[in-house]
Write a protein that binds this ligand. Structure first.
Ligand code: CAA
Length: 283
């Protein structure tokens, strides 16, 4: 299938990044959010990222203008009526995702692919909210989207080979690398990353080492670009907790038990970089 028109749902950090890379690759993008302020904020961040690319001579000013002109604002899900693919990057909440997918199913053209950027929710269950589960797929981008090369592509139980192939082709067009995975809790990325982050939090909780020491060990010892506690702050501690709970519930295995310190920070509103405080403080 030839994908040209894209609707991205959610103009936050992930949705904005996805819209940016799609527009840079030449796709026509509608960026949807329920609030106009969120769209304005999202397009502001995209503009800032593109300006930096112009400054660094990775892009001309004309290319920047052309990229921005390919992104239009959408405040209504009915805008899905003429697109080839929808990439949903709304909040990580199963009821909200099911409701969005049920609505999209009744609005989007029959050929349209319904993709979700969920980081750990079951694709098969989201697909079951539609009458076209064969067209539903996971397209999990990594943060920050414009920088990270991976897109984890998750097949739901009913996802067709044709839909998988179209999404794989599109990912290459975005200059990213697709990796195929099956639909189990946390897929691959977060099944491995989150227990590492959770274990780093247990290491802090049990007084084995300080925040700085834990991050230094992993940065210098394992060559990770960020230590696990800094990365947790960057992802958002609420998101980390949510994913650990999804793994814990999905596998019913105590090895995925979220660290009580992680829960305590989230309950305190210490959500990491976005709230100004997590394992580190941000001004
Ligand atoms: N948006 C766009 N570009 C960004 C950016 C952002 N949010 N953050 C950094 N960049 C760009 C910078 O502009 C810079 O580009 P230039 O080449 O123009 O200089 C480049 O990335 C490198 O940035 P910095 O020099 O400022 O800092 P750095 O070298 O430390 O790199 C980083 C920053 C790329 C974020 C790096 O620290 C890193 O790779 N961190 C780990 C990221 C990671 O693990 N992501 C996965 C998170 S898990 C996830 O996303 C899945 C999930 O479901 C939770």
């Amino acid at each position: 299938m030839n994908i040209q028109k894209v609707l991205v749902i959610g103009a936050g950090q992930m949705g904005g990044g996805i819209a940016q890379v799609c527009a840079q690759a030449g796709f026509d993008v509608k960026l949807n959010d329920i609030k106009e302020e969120s769209y304005t904020k999202g397009i502001g961040i995209i503009t800032k990222n593109l300006l930096r690319s112009v400054e660094k001579e990775r892009m001309t000013e004309a290319e920047m203008e052309a990229t921005l002109s390919r992104i239009t604002m959408s405040l209504d899900l009915n805008d899905a009526s003429d697109v080839d693919i929808i990439i949903e990057a709304a909040v990580e909440n199963m009821d909200i995702k099911k409701s969005i997918f049920a609505q999209l199913d009744s609005i989007a053209p029959d050929h349209a692919i319904l993709a979700t950027n969920t980081s750990s929710l079951p694709i098969t269950e989201i697909a079951a909210a539609t009458k076209r589960p064969e067209n539903v797929i996971g397209m999990h981008f990594m943060n920050p989207v414009p920088v990270m090369k991976l897109v984890e592509i998750i097949r739901g139980l009913a996802t067709s080979d044709e839909v998988y192939k179209s999404v794989e082709d599109m990912t290459y067009q975005l200059a990213k690398t697709p990796v195929e995975v099956n639909d189990y809790p946390g897929f691959v990325a977060n099944r491995i990353l989150m227990p590492m982050i959770n274990e780093a939090i247990y290491t802090l909780y049990e007084g084995v080492a300080t925040v700085d020491a834990i991050d230094e060990v992993m940065k210098l010892g394992m060559n990770h670009p960020m230590g696990p506690l800094q990365l947790a702050d960057f992802i958002g501690l609420d998101t980390c907790l949510y994913i650990m709970e999804t793994l814990h519930e999905g596998f019913a295995d105590s090895k995925y038990r979220p660290c009580p310190l992680l829960r305590k920070y989230v309950n305190a509103g210490w959500l990491g970089k976005k709230s100004g405080r997590g394992f580190y403080e941000y001004s």
